[in-house]
Design a protein around this ligand. Sequence first.
Ligand code: ADP
Length: 621
Amino acid sequence: MPQETRTFQAEVSRLLDIVAHSLYSQKEIFLRELISNASDACDRLRYLALTRPELIADDPELAVTLTPDKKANTLTVADNGIGMSHDELVENLGTIARSGTASFVQSLSGDAKKDMALIGQFGVGFYSAFMVAKRVDVVSRKAGESAAWRWSSDGKGEFTIEPAEHAGRGTTITLFLNDDEKDFLEDYRIRNVVKTYSDHIALPIRLISDDKTSTINAASALWTRPKGEITPEQYKEFYHDAAHQFDEPWLTIHAKAEGKLEYTSLLFIPSTKPFDLFDVDRKARVKLYVRRVYITDEAPGLVPPYLRFLKGIVDSEDLPLNISREMLQHNPMVARMKSQIVKRVISELAKRAKDEPAEYAKFWDNLGVVLKEGIYEDFENREALVPLVRFHSTAVEGLTSLDDYIARMKPGQKAIYFITGDRLETLQKSPQLEGFRAKGVEAMLLTDPVDEFWLPALGEYQKHEFHSVTRGAPELDQIEAPDQEAHEQKQEAPKTDLASLIALFKLTLGDAVRDVRPSERLTESAVCLVADKEDMDLHMERLLRQHRRTVGDVKRILEINPKHKLIARLADRAGKDGAADALEDFVWLLFDQARLLEGEVLPDPTAFATRMSAALEKGLG
Ligand code: ADP
């Protein structure tokens, strides 16, 4: 086959352009990335060889070899791992494979400085080689195949691919270094970079220099070493490598389980939101090892979807090595490990929430939205999860918990009140909250779509039911007012007779509403919409519509405020002759106002505008 020339996918070209022109100060991370890929390639071959030992028989000791050549100005990173076929070379080194990287490239701003800071946080894998090299050659032979291929590129839009000679198995990457990067040919520099970033790699990393070969990393899996001997930096580098995340771990859990079930887990919670957090597959990418042999990073059933932000590894002593990924799903040992891991993570979170509330709030802001899924998905741990929930409320600045809410409940208050919506600022101004505020009754302000699921699933907490402030009767009269003054106010509240006005509203609005009734929850606004006790909450309905789900035509209840001056004046007029005609526009305007306050789109904005103009004109006299 002759040489072929191919062009990079557009996103890759963009990435390469930024990488090549970068003034990024930590260019040495290219070595971390290449070693990480090499080590993954060896892990994958080791797994395949469990069922096909012939793949590895001729060269069983897996390793990564670094060879600087000062004469040629090249640094070679070689592995005897799984290798790549022709098509895999084209696919893997010509496009962006990882979903995270694709969205990462989309998030690049075009501002070199900002983009480089991002790249430093994110890591760009193989392509980082072009930070230090003017040309990169990759020669690879896939395990079990006889043909080898050479991929070559200067990183400027195109690469070539052609048949090659490769005596061994695996991948050899040769970097033709830029003139000002010769530093990376020096022993001390290479050793230093490997020690800093790759010491935790379980394979030997060898340096061949002056014909001498030495192993320059610890070459034992980090998690097998005693905790006391591992520095925070080593944990961090391991996390970066295992998770493809380049932030600080927010929490590190390194635990060894002994007894009936023996395994080691080294798990991390990130301090930022992982890019793939809301991928539809909701998979956790915790790597499963069996006695140091890498099995998969998608072990089904090892980590529940609501903990999918967990990163790291679990290394089992008990599972059979030849376990297939399909068998993992129903394996009772995996199920037991999962159960223990979940309990451990929850208890660590609880500890942090208690001891370091400010730090916990950071976790909650990033990942709480995912953790809440556990309340309706994991019945077994529900009781432990609920106290971990944090939310905003009308009573306090910042985040608060359900236990704290209950401690603040007013005498006579039975329910825990909440309101859901898209934005905190809008929720805080909701008219439905007015009566609650006036009585000093707190309401949870909830803005995540998942809130519509965990609350109904839970139903109650510590024997207090959850009630939406936009649904059903508020039962505020059973709660004692905060002080005497408010109490008296309540006694004296003018009792407007709304019977005729309500009849008129009903007549005018007809089918557009389910009911019209005087409001107990409004103190300042004239009107608001609420849902009937049995009906779907207003916000839930909007959410479903946004997701193009049919929800039928749910009718709402219009509440009108008897204490409001406008309502009082309308009530005066309602009993008089010709009121139905005279007040029709007012009724519709008030109804539309209530809909607008809910953030709803008016079905007939033109009619609204016409009525509004007419009313304004009248106002001018
Ligand atoms: P990532 O490693 O994050 O997936 P890279 O751009 O670094 O992204 O690599 C893309 C893909 O190329 C890898 O997922 C892997 O399939 C393949 N690859 C890279 N280096 C090697 C290697 N040394 N041996 C085998 N495959 C490799």
